[in-house]
Design a protein around this ligand. Structure first.
Ligand code: SAM
Length: 328
């Protein structure tokens, strides 16, 4: 029987709001390009909108990642012979993870630890996966590495840790920060532990930009919700009708950037942060980057961070890779 879902730890609300306020002020005080950290896109509304994005026809990433896991989950878990404990970084609602958990549960009891800063995403994840027999779930409402360190501290002698980083979320880091993040993950692992890393691959620019600017306007709503979140949580006065959602491809950085472009000159006040700032007509706030990769580049990223590649699977319909690394 599946066990009841649990959340092991929540970020204290006051601490979280103080950090949000400070990050917003720092990002919007930049002398050049103003920016907001993409992790704040995921409150309850943002996480629900992201789930809708995943089923949009334009957002091929999600279906590609899912197809690969549906086809290759058995092969992936066979490469890890020992008893395996699973941690997932930024699990979201965990839909892609089902195939891996089911494949593992055919041979062992599985402890699965989703880690996400969005409590509503964790809640959905637990609803989605808690009925799989022989899988017990403890969610960690925390930042990636804090959660991973807690999971690593819980594993028992002889257990192998499989870390999942799906959905091409690594692409939210710029390339040097992505390398550094993989090194930090590696430093919490023991030899023989594994990392399954999903990465969206380079493809024609029109398909890429449409994936982040769909015709139904869901991604636009997801992006603008960040301003609505500031209004709700920090008592801001952003008028969402005065912003356009923009998705553009930067050829030299090989990434899609999401911005919010001010339609007019405007003054914005964020009362709880004690902060006021101005936006010129046409000026943008940069909210997210999604870097795109070459398959070989992904293997090299892992090798630079102290892993060896144990397999790579690429989707034929929407170029996208799942790459399995061993720590070693
Ligand atoms: C692009 S979504 C991917 C969700 C899921 N893995 C998938 O493939 O559909 C990124 C997820 O990571 C979470 N997240 C973003 N930044 C985070 C951070 N610094 N620490 C923990 N979770 C984070 C978000 O709340 C969101 O659920």
């Amino acid at each position: 029987m599946a066990s009841a879902p649990r959340i092991a730890r929540a970020i204290p609300a006051l601490e979280a709001i103080a950090q949000f306020s400070s990050d917003v002020v720092v990002g919007l005080s930049q002398p050049g390009q103003k920016e907001l950290p993409s992790k704040y896109l995921y409150d309850e509304v943002g996480s629900a909108l992201f789930d809708v994005i995943c089923v949009l026809p334009e957002y091929g990433l999600s279906r590609a990642g899912m197809r690969l896991l549906e086809r290759h989950a058995a092969d992936i878990v066979e490469r890890m012979p020992g008893p395996v404990v699973v941690a997932e970084l930024g699990s979201g609602s965990g839909q892609k993870t089902r195939w891996l958990l089911e494949a593992l549960a055919r041979r062992q009891r599985v402890n699965y630890y989703p880690i996400d800063i969005s409590s509503s995403a964790l809640f959905r994840c637990q609803l989605e996966l808690s009925h799989i027999d022989l899988v017990s779930i403890v969610g960690f409402e925390s930042a990636y590495l804090d959660g991973l360190r807690e999971v690593a501290a819980r594993r028992r002698e002889g257990e192998q840790l499989l870390v999942l980083f799906l959905g091409s979320t690594i692409g939210n880091f710029d390339r040097p920060a992505g390398d550094q993040f993989l090194r930090e993950v590696r430093s919490t692992l023991c030899e023989g532990d594994a990392l399954l890393l999903a990465t969206d691959l380079e493809k024609p620019v029109p398909a890429l930009t449409l994936a982040y600017d769909d015709s139904a306007g869901v991604t636009a709503a997801f992006n603008k919700n960040l301003l609505a979140r500031i209004n709700r949580e920090l008592d801001g006065d952003f008028d969402l009708t005065k912003f356009d959602h923009v998705a553009r491809y930067d050829e030299s950085e090989r990434r899609v950037e999401m911005h919010l472009r001010s339609k007019v000159w405007q003054r914005i006040t964020i009362r709880k942060a004690g902060f006021r700032f101005y936006l010129r007509e046409g000026e943008t706030i940069w909210t997210e980057s999604s870097h795109k990769y070459d398959p070989q580049e992904v293997i090299q990223m892992g090798e630079r961070a102290g892993y060896r590649c144990a397999g790579q699977w690429i989707d034929g319909e929407w170029p996208f890779a799942q790459t399995l690394f061993f720590a070693g």
